[in-house]
Design a protein around this ligand. Structure first.
Ligand code: AP5
Ligand code: MG
Length: 216
């Protein structure tokens, strides 16, 4: 299964990607996570990306295309992958198309998560993740079963993202509507786009996504 999860900041791409990983045992390729790791490790890519990400703008296509291409070469991507947060510009989409054909990899589907703007603000402002395994939570919508303890790994350290504040979210949303939303038309025209109502419960949305995955 080779798919792209498309949607604005806070739409639930990471949340749904983790459920797909659990069911299909294919890796989640989140460019946001890869870039945050590069920032945390102080690599050259991280140094270039930090200020751009903190401001809510998009990192350059060259940087992001290179990290995705390198990641796709790893063995665990041979049987499938979930692209979460990539591509995000038409240039990235074209670059992806070229890299997939050069690597002999196809693309099964592109799943759009459709979520109202007000809900995005609410989701992003309440988000936190386990500092150890990365499991995602929300102050209201997805609390750990036992307060302060990660459901997945049992650790008790959580973190919040630096770009999850109202001002930066505005910039991220602008970047989405300006740079990324044209990809909906691009993939629709290619016949790859499937849209899912992302406004329900996490498990109902997963069932809708999974119905699509079973049909491709
Ligand atoms: P990235 O990390 O990709 O952030 P994003 O696209 O802004 O998306 P988010 O991760 O914020 O949201 P999500 O859709 O994953 O939602 P989640 O599942 O966590 O990118 C960050 C930055 O990196 C960018 O701004 C840019 O600078 C850079 N970057 C990354 N990729 C790039 C690229 N390709 N090109 C250039 N720059 C790039 O859910 C959010 C919250 O809602 C969680 O708390 C969750 O528990 C909750 N939630 C989820 N689903 C539901 C539901 N159905 N109901 C209620 N709550 C829900
Ligand atoms: Mg995410």
């Amino acid at each position: 299964m080779k798919l792209i999860l498309l949607g604005p900041p806070g739409a639930g791409k990471g949340t749904q990607a983790k459920l797909i990983v659990d069911k299909y045992s294919i890796p989640q390729l989140s460019t946001g996570d890869m870039l945050r790791e590069a920032v945390a490790n102080g690599t050259e890519v991280g140094k270039k990306a930090k200020a751009v990400m903190d401001a809510g703008n998009l990192v350059s296509d060259d940087i992001v295309n290179a990290i995705v291409s390198e990641r796709l070469d790893q063995d665990d991507c041979k049987n499938g992958f979930i692209l979460d947060g990539f591509p995000r510009t038409l240039e990235q989409a074209e670059a992806l198309s070229v890299m997939l054909s050069e690597k002999g990899l196809g693309l099964d589907t592109v799943v759009e998560l459709k979520v109202d703007d007000e809900a995005l603000v609410e989701r992003v402002s309440g988000r936190y993740t386990c500092g150890s395994c990365g499991e995602g939570y929300h102050d209201t919508f997805k609390k750990p079963a036992s307060e302060g303890v990660c459901d997945r790994c049992g650790k008790s350290e959580f973190k919040r993202r630096q770009d999850d504040n109202a001002e930066t979210l505005r910039t991220r949303l602008m970047a989405y509507y300006k740079e990324t939303s044209p990809l909906l038309g691009y993939y629709f025209a290619k016949g790859d786009l499937k849209s899912v109502d992302g406004m329900g419960d996490i498990s109902d949305i997963f069932n809708a996504v999974d119905d699509i995955l079973k049909s491709v």
